[in-house]
Design a protein around this ligand. Structure first.
Ligand SMILES: O=c1ccn([C@H]2C[C@H](O)[C@@H](COP(=O)(O)OP(=O)(O)OP(=O)(O)O)O2)c(=O)[nH]1
Ligand SMILES: [Mg+2]
Length: 145
């Protein structure tokens, strides 16, 4: 459990803050703060009406909702979206319509979910040679279908 600070922005007035739908839900559902019509193939950074402060060492991932994906072809284009711990701007959900029909995003409807995660940072050491492995440079289906 981590504590997130959330700041409601003026256009988020009256909207529910992100919330877990059930006791065991992994993600907090996020609602849209604007109405948007998404044509097939279109994308839009949908306003959520809030900003937040995430503790250092964590991120928050923005993930699609499977119901919207399955029924309407609506996904988060950059899934999982990354909210950095030092970001203080409005959280936006980059929705894309991969379906065949126009999709209407309605203010107040749940469009995505937020999942906090621990961040492991790395240091880089430049070397002249990498160690040998059985896989070597094989990838992208090298082991068969
Ligand atoms: O779905 C998303 C993804 C990102 N962001 C915000 C928070 C994040 O901290 C910032 C930058 O995101 P990212 O690093 O993915 O984008 P970038 O293209 O690398 O932009 P930047 O140069 O600002 O890091 O944009 C969102 O609100 N929603
Ligand atoms: Mg970035």
């Amino acid at each position: 459990m981590i504590a997130l600070q959330i700041l409601r922005l003026p256009h988020g007035a009256g909207l529910p803050l992100p919330a877990y739908a059930t006791a065991g839900a992994a993600g907090m559902d996020v609602v849209a703060a604007e109405d948007v019509e998404l044509a097939p193939g279109a994308r839009h950074a949908v306003a959520t009406g809030f900003a937040m402060a995430i503790p250092e060492g964590y991120e928050v991932q923005v993930r699609p909702r499977s119901g919207l994906a399955l029924k309407h072809g609506i996904t988060c284009l950059n899934t999982p979206g990354t909210i950095d711990s030092d970001y203080r701007g409005e959280v936006k959900v980059i929705l894309a319509n991969l379906g065949q029909e126009p999709f209407r995003v309605v203010r107040g409807e749940r469009i995505a979910q937020l999942v906090p995660a621990e961040v492991i940072r790395a240091t880089l050491t430049e070397v002249d040679l990498l160690d040998d492995t059985v896989r070597g440079a094989g990838g992208f289906g090298s082991t068969g279908r």
